[in-house]
Design a protein around this ligand. Structure first.
Ligand code: 5GP
Ligand code: MN
Length: 345
């Protein structure tokens, strides 16, 4: 049995909307990851099975390693089909906002979502949700939005209507937001849910291979290159990896090629904080990705030094300036947090 994470009143409220709605639009965050796509498609398959008119819209493209997911071909990219997407948003009965906590995380779609007269629900697990939806289902202790989608469908009484396809999408989001169940994954109920998803006929080993073992040769070479230039700050139990625009073109970088790189330095003994600085190809800025193990609050460091945020162990931000300047800021941040980084856990 699962704990009742979502309050009954919220389940009842959403069920009422669901029963009356015909046109439902699901939206998720910019540069969608496995959980954004997994939760959106998990909900999409369920709503589709209930004869609703459902559309999933995301701000921009998502990585190739998610394109095998059932339903992914029907996802609308806002930066390509803005007019059609605007119409769907304006005419929706209900808009489900998945896996983000603030309208700015959907970038150019924010205005259309805010302006729509549709009823709006937020289903998310990021800290500090903004108040832009009538129903806010926000549970930062839950490791993925996909898990919340599973919990929501079950609590509404529709476990039997989760299809194998829907289960595959939910599983993918749960898996990717926990690094293949290697962090934020000690809640035993996760494994009860996986067991339920397996009962739908999913092949979890195959899903793992499809997500993690389908990279290009150039990505693997890029990984080798980036790691060979890594800086380890032993006195701060930290490591830094970087990737400039020039290096990206040398390795025929395509979007998503550096996905997961930031986690690799954490495999070094005693390294408990990792930073990845990547020069953006479109805007004059450096994208920052941070990961930590244990209690080190990398989201706090992201907010303080890189106008960002996120989760305790996975956060990010942006820096407008050169790579050298970003690196200097990172080193300043290390100095400030040195005592926390070297504290006995
Ligand atoms: P990633 O390193 O995978 O890009 O991001 C990890 C997590 O950090 C995301 O799930 C998100 O919660 C947070 N994050 C990443 N970039 C930003 C940012 O620019 N601003 C904020 N507030 N959070 C971010
Ligand atoms: Mn997520």
């Amino acid at each position: 049995m699962l704990t009742k994470v979502i309050e009954q009143a919220k389940i009842d409220h959403f069920t009422k909307w669901f029963e009356r709605a015909d046109k439902i639009v699901i939206v998720s965050h910019v540069s969608p990851d496995g959980d954004a796509i997994g939760s959106s498609l998990g909900l999409y398959h369920f709503l589709d099975s209930q004869e609703k008119t459902v559309n999933v819209i995301v701000p921009n493209a998502f990585p190739d390693f998610l394109k095998w997911m059932p339903g992914s071909k029907d996802i609308l990219l806002y930066d390509r089909y803005k007019e059609f997407a605007d119409k769907l948003l304006a005419e929706a009965d209900v808009i489900c906002c998945l896996d983000f906590n603030a309208l700015k995380r959907i970038e150019d779609m924010a205005d259309a979502v805010a302006a729509s007269p549709a009823r709006k629900i937020l289903i998310d697990h990021h800290l500090y949700p903004e108040d832009f939806c009538k129903i806010t289902m926000s549970y930062p202790k839950i490791s993925s939005t996909s898990e919340l989608v599973f919990r929501l469908i079950c609590r509404m009484g529709y476990f039997d209507d989760i299809s194998k396809e829907g289960a595959e999408c939910i599983y993918t989001g749960m898996m990717t937001d926990t690094g293949g169940f290697t962090y934020n994954s000690n809640n035993r109920e996760i494994y009860f849910i996986i067991s339920e998803l397996l009962s739908k006929g999913i092949d979890k080993d195959d899903i793992y291979r499809k997500v993690y073992n389908t990279y290009s040769e150039s990505r693997l070479r890029l990984m080798g290159y980036v790691l060979s230039n890594m800086t380890v700050y032993s006195d701060c139990n930290s490591a830094l990896i970087t990737l400039t625009k020039a290096e990206q073109s040398k390795f025929h970088y395509i979007k998503g090629d550096s996905e997961g790189f930031v986690n690799i330095p954490l495999s070094i003994k005693n390294v408990r904080f990792s930073c990845f600085l990547r020069e953006d190809t479109e805007k004059p800025m450096i994208k920052i990705s941070l990961r930590s193990v244990g209690t080190f609050p990398c989201n706090q460091l992201a907010a303080e030094f890189f106008s960002g945020g996120g989760h305790l162990n996975a956060s990010g931000g942006e820096f407008f300036g050169t790579m050298e300047e970003a690196k200097a800021v990172f080193e300043k941040a290390l100095e400030k947090y040195k005592s926390l980084l070297t504290a006995k856990s």
